[in-house]
Design a binder for this molecule. Structure first.
Ligand code: NAD
Ligand code: UDP
Length: 323
């Protein structure tokens, strides 16, 4: 196999660090670029001694001059609490970050993959969501900085593709969980597990009947790499995620059972614009990439719980103000 020079933006984050692991193992030359806004070096310190791994502290909203063959563009806060912490910066990261990375791809004739999201469908009126569904996003709501930023990034990717022949890939990632999630990111899986392990109340927003479909990180990294290496004619967008759907109440009950926690379930107000239901239609990924997620929620939760037990949660910081 030909060794490639691969840039992973957001490479120290939850998904990015697992992606770096896999690409380093494959023998490629990896540049991990991150400003550590929502992550910490500990996610990648185990890679620092590897000859084919390099770590750069940099913010994607500023240009950078690198020579690479492939770019995985993952840099962007992803948890609602993180992306709403500084919403203007979130939009800048998605839009200016995409422009800077697409410019790099154009100059280097590199292939570039965008980590887009199921959030581009907003609070969907079509269920499950196929790629052809155009979404229902509230442009002025608290989630818009992320949703609209990611939608604009998709537009930029397709315009660079059509106008400048940049070789693109766009994946729409649905809720993914696993080891190296930030324990205080406020996402539902990390929140429930942290709360259960520390004996706190488990906070269900709304009545807990809203649903999500959870994909284990290993399944997701597999299909992201497949998409990057797939035929140039298939640029996406393609949904990737696990279509098995659960309500938040069901998730809370599973976490309590698997941790053996004594925590109570408590109900808190549903945040504004919180999608009622979400499930990926992955027909396209199945047909075009021959991919199927195969880690059931129960098994993935056990591995994630083991990870949370192994870390010192007090050593994790909330995001630093970053303008
Ligand atoms: P994460 O917060 O753990 O990772 C994001 C990384 O990007 C972090 O390391 C952060 O420090 C870095 N970053 C943020 N702003 C940056 C900037 N301006 N410059 C450089 N680095 C910056 O989140 P994640 O779950 O690993 O998400 C990775 C990508 O996948 C994101 O683009 C996210 O939108 C997308 N995604 C994730 C999910 C999911 O369920 N995990 C779902 C849909 C889309
Ligand atoms: N949620 C919850 N309790 C929490 C955190 C989240 O009930 O402590 C709910 C949240 O309202 C949403 C779902 O879990 O309906 C998934 O939230 P998350 O932030 O993980 O992801 P997203 O809303 O972006 O899919």
């Amino acid at each position: 196999m030909k060794t490639k020079r691969i840039l992973v933006t957001g490479g120290a984050g939850f998904l990015g660090s697992h992606l770096c692991d896999r690409l380093v193992e494959q023998g490629h030359d990896i540049i991990c670029l991150d400003n550590f806004f929502t992550s910490q070096k500990s996610n990648v310190t185990h890679l620092l001694g590897r000859k084919n791994f390099e770590l750069i502290r940099h913010d994607v909203t500023h240009p950078i001059w690198l020579e690479v063959d492939e770019i995985y563009n993952l840099a962007c806060p992803a948890a609602p609490g993180h992306y709403q912490f500084n919403p203007i910066k979130t939009m800048k990261t998605s839009v200016i970050g995409a422009i800077n990375m697409l410019g790099t791809a154009k100059r280097c004739r590199a292939k570039i993959l965008q980590a887009s999201t199921s959030e581009i469908y907003g609070d969907p009126e079509v269920h499950p969501q196929p790629e052809s569904y155009r979404g229902a996003v509230n442009t002025i709501g608290p989630r818009a900085c992320y949703d609209e930023g990611k939608r604009a990034a998709e537009t930029l990717f397709f315009d660079y593709h059509r106008s400048n022949h940049v070789n693109i890939r766009v994946v729409r990632i649905f809720n993914t969980y696993g080891p190296r999630m930030h324990p205080f990111d406020g996402r539902v899986v990390s929140n429930f597990i942290r709360q259960a392990l520390t004996g706190e109340d488990v906070t269900i927003f709304g009545d807990g009947s809203q649903s999500r479909s959870f994909c284990y990180v290993d399944d997701l990294i597999e299909v992201i790499i497949r998409m990057m290496n797939g035929p140039d004619e298939f640029v996406g967008p393609v949904n990737i995620g696990n279509p098995v759907e659960f309500t938040m109440k069901e998730l809370a009950e599973q976490v309590i059972e698997l941790t053996g926690a004594k925590s109570r379930l408590v109900y808190r107000p549903l945040p504004a614009d919180d999608p009622r239901q979400r499930q990926p239609d992955i027909t396209l990924a199945r047909n075009k990439l021959g991919w199927e997620p195969n880690v059931p929620l129960r098994e993935g939760l056990k591995k994630t719980i083991d990870y949370f037990k192994s870390i010192d949660m007090d050593s994790f910081r909330a995001p630093t103000p970053n303008y």
